[in-house]
Design a protein. Structure first.
Length: 192
């Protein structure tokens, strides 16, 4: 409930500020190429997807803010060490669904090229096979990360790529192993 109120308040503030400064709204979708970093997971990237919307709020000729709301799917496979460390079996394929809220600072390098960087907070909403045998959740509900990348702007069309590195330990079992999301996002967007 508290999370929903914060999201609604943030969107209202962004909307009211943006109408005074120039606003572009859009939709975007693409691929996540990510993994969960930690001894308990395989060192391989898996494919997922993301879909959502964005707002671009012009701050100056070269700077803009780009808040987004995305649905992010993260896939990972556990390593053999997972069952050795935690003594749980049948937890090999992990699918996590996050409602992610990045707030990016855009710097327009050239007419068509924009560099992007900023924080992202993800709220774990959908967890496939992440409840342990004792009934406890294996993953924390929140994930804080930072993003950096570039975007090509062709009129209303956008093509982007960025790297996401998790700063939060999402392991909710114990402190034996730190788990962090990381990966690449590539996709396309359209400003409406």
């Amino acid at each position: 409930m508290k999370t929903k109120l914060i999201l609604i308040a943030a969107m209202l503030i962004i909307t009211s500020v943006s109408f005074a400064q120039g606003l572009k709204l859009g939709i975007k979708a693409g691929a996540n190429i990510g993994k969960i970093d930690g001894k308990s997971f395989k060192e391989e990237f898996k494919y997922g997807y993301h879909i959502g919307g964005f707002a671009e709020i012009k701050v100056s000729k070269k700077l803009s803010l780009q808040p987004e709301v995305l649905w992010n799917q993260v896939n990972a496979d556990t390593s053999s060490q997972f069952s050795q460390i935690y003594q749980f079996k049948n937890l090999d394929n992990i699918k996590l669904g996050y409602l992610s809220i990045p707030i990016l600072l855009n710097y327009k390098v050239a007419n068509i090229l924009t560099l992007q960087a900023g924080p992202q907070y993800g709220i774990l909403i959908d967890k496939s096979r992440t409840t342990l045998q004792n009934g406890g959740d294996a993953f924390k509900k929140g994930d804080f990360s930072v993003l950096a990348g570039a975007q090509v702007n062709l009129a209303s069309f956008r093509i982007y790529g960025r790297y996401n590195i998790g700063l939060s330990n999402i392991n909710d079992i114990d402190k034996k192993d730190k788990w962090k999301n990381q990966g690449f996002q590539v996709g396309v967007g359209i400003a409406l």
